[in-house]
Design a protein around this ligand. Sequence first.
Ligand code: CU
Length: 249
Amino acid sequence: KKKQYSRLPLGMEVENKTNNEDNIEIAKKQAKRGPDFEFATWKGLVLLAVVGVSLFGFFRYEKKRLETVKEADSNRGKTSKGYGKPLIGGAFELIDTNKEKFTQDNLKGHWSLVYFGFTHCPDICPEELDQLGEWLDILKAKNYPDIQSIFITCDPNRDTPEVIKNYLEEFHEGIIGLTGTHEQVKHACKQYRVYFSTPKDVPKGEDYLVDHSIFFYLMDPQGEFVQALGRQYDGEAGAAKIMDHIDAY
Ligand SMILES: [Cu+2]
């Protein structure tokens, strides 16, 4: 004889119920519990949907996070085979606009954006520094931690601490300006793979060209390079990229 399982609540034991009275008993219980069962099922489905959507959201977030981590690692030159020397960044020693020493160690404990430029730059540096200000405002509006933004001159002959200080007053507040001797600046540029062609000894008043790269170098709170943000990250794309890295860190 076939047992009727189809309308029995889940988990209910029927294996040893053979006599008719028991079957009737079960049917009664079943009739009593029926609506509960349906309600439970409905609740279960809602719960399942909620869990499903949450998991989907979580995995999507996690996937994006892992992609961002992977991107940072590959930017650093870190491969699956191990940890190579980062291609960008490293020790440097410069002075800020208060003539205080500023080194690689000052990058630690904050996210930083490092930019190389020079105050005589006719248009690119002002545009880029405005761009930096826009990013800083977006991040602040979204309650991200303060980013330490650093302007390193590629023109130490002309860009003394005073000159840089006056220059940076035109831009977003809090930008740290750095300079140093010709050798110190040359070394810092080398560490960041920034092309440095500024002549060393130029008679006062004589004009010369200064080359520099148009990248913001995003450094993590350990002072390690994360990503170079070039022109393709203008506007909100750059702010979004920075926030992705902070979220993924
Ligand atoms: Cu410039």
